[in-house]
Design a protein around this ligand. Structure first.
Ligand SMILES: [Zn+2]
Length: 446
């Protein structure tokens, strides 16, 4: 198990008000009630994120943002309450993507220096738009795993929580913790370092002491978890994917500070060596994990580290990269890592390692966040396990099971619906046409 659990869960437990209201409702069942603001959602099929089999014809009742009952689909709807009849749909919990970047799009890789030129307002507006695109794809929660401009993510996270803009519940890692010129540092060929906006380098450090200090600053400023670039990015200039960047001692210094504050640490890992370094340093999660060898996989299993493997976006990059003018270096690195990563995915699944649904959205379009399910199943994962990897499994990993990850009494009324049964055809998850977050219908495109 991970050594630390977040003490900053998205929200406290069940609100007392919601429980009192629910009990009052039960007591008053026999007498007519005045109009209330409950939402009754009838589901033809319900995959609740916990059970191994779907349930037919269920009614989910949401009040004051939380699920207060899951009953027979033919249960009477309280007078005055709203009914959303999804009797011809499959309902699932709101989906969780454990690897998103809300401050960038794939088009940015055509010319990375766009990050130098965007104004703060432009970055904020882009982040708002991408958050909306993300929830419309069915993802009611994301972990934003690092940002060049962490302030934009904090701002939009807080706006969404206050109901001022539309988007998923966001946990954000703040800045990339990375070495100078490393995978999270925005240096690029043909550009002088003086062009790099200072605000994008808040996590650049060298040596355990500096990294510990950068971690403290990120936590102080509002990070919900911490991200380290243990080894080089695919979409970065210089270096090779997998070449270790941060040392084990540097990563351990970050882990110590983060865990002391109750925050988890997630490591960007593209190689066996950096995976072993990060595992020994005590991180909780790896992203990518594309070139792990069998020894590293065994270490991950032994340490209870969860893997968030973005096994869809290699296909996307291959499809559009050349046409869109991505630098040849990015295309080459993509080729070297895609199939290798899928093989590690198969081995990790067979080894019983916790697998979290994480797509690196931002490298692929946010609207395609649901496209990875089909590839996971193609590569040997049971369909229900693929659904759980995007619902109850990440909720458990982040100690958020009281709030998200399942359609269960007490949790937030976050649910999505698709046409057809995804357990029979995972490509259905590409088209989520109904999204409800906290009992509010965010999208209804039926
Ligand atoms: Zn990423």
């Amino acid at each position: 198990m991970p050594a630390a659990r977040s003490t900053r869960p998205y929200r406290r437990g069940i609100s007392i008000a919601a429980m009192v209201l629910f009990i009052a409702t039960l007591a008053a069942c026999s007498s007519p009630e005045p109009a209330d603001d409950s939402l009754f959602v009838r589901c033809g099929l319900l995959i609740d994120g916990l059970a191994d089999t779907p349930l037919a014809n269920r009614m989910v009742v949401i009040r004051e943002e939380r699920i207060v009952a899951v009953v027979d689909g033919d249960a009477e709807v309280r007078p005055g309450a709203e009914l959303l009849d999804l009797g011809d749909r499959t309902c699932l919990p709101g989906l969780i993507n454990t690897h998103a970047h809300l401050d960038g799009t794939p088009e940015d890789y055509e010319d990375f220096s766009v990050y130098y030129r965007r104004t703060t307002e432009e970055t904020n507006a882009l982040t708002r738009a991408l958050a909306e695109e993300t929830i419309n794809a069915g993802f009611t929660m994301v972990w934003n795993l690092g940002a060049y401009f962490p302030e934009a993510i904090y701002l939009v996270r807080d706006e969404i929580e206050a109901g001022k803009s539309i988007g998923p519940r966001i946990l954000t890692a703040g800045p990339y913790l990375t070495i100078p010129g490393g995978g999270g540092d925005m240096v690029m060929p043909g550009h002088d370092e003086s062009e790099i906006p200072a605000g994008s380098r808040l996590g650049v450090a060298r040596g355990p002491e500096q990294f510990a200090e950068k971690t403290r600053l990120a936590i102080e400023r509002g990070a919900d978890l911490i991200k380290v670039i243990a080894s080089g990015a695919v979409f970065a200039f210089g270096g090779v994917p997998g070449a270790p960047e941060m040392t084990e001692e540097e990563i351990a210094a970050v882990v110590e500070v983060a865990h002391a504050a109750g925050l988890q640490v997630t490591a960007h890992v593209h190689s066996a060596q950096s995976g072993k370094d990060a595992a020994r340093a005590g991180v909780d999660t790896f992203e990518h994990a594309s070139l792990l060898d069998d020894e590293a996989i065994a270490m991950v299993a032994e340490a209870g580290i969860a893997l968030s493997m973005d096994i869809y976006n290699g296909s996307y990059t291959e499809e559009v990269g050349r046409e869109q003018g991505y630098p040849e270096e990015f295309m080459q690195k993509n080729e070297e890592t895609t199939e290798a990563q899928r093989v590690v995915f198969e081995k990790a699944y067979a080894a019983g390692i916790t697998l979290l649904y994480g797509t690196d959205s931002g490298v692929h379009p946010h609207r395609t966040s649901g496209w990875q399910f089909a590839i996971m199943v193609e590569r040997g994962m049971a369909p229900m396990d693929a659904i759980k990897s995007a619902t109850s499994v990440p909720a458990d990993h982040m100690d958020l099971a009281a709030d998200v990850g399942a359609i269960e009494v007490g949790r937030f009324g976050d649910l999505v619906a698709v046409s057809g049964n995804p357990l029979e055809d995972m490509t259905i998850m590409r088209d989520v046409d109904v999204v409800i977050k906290g009992g509010t219908v965010v999208k209804d495109a039926r």
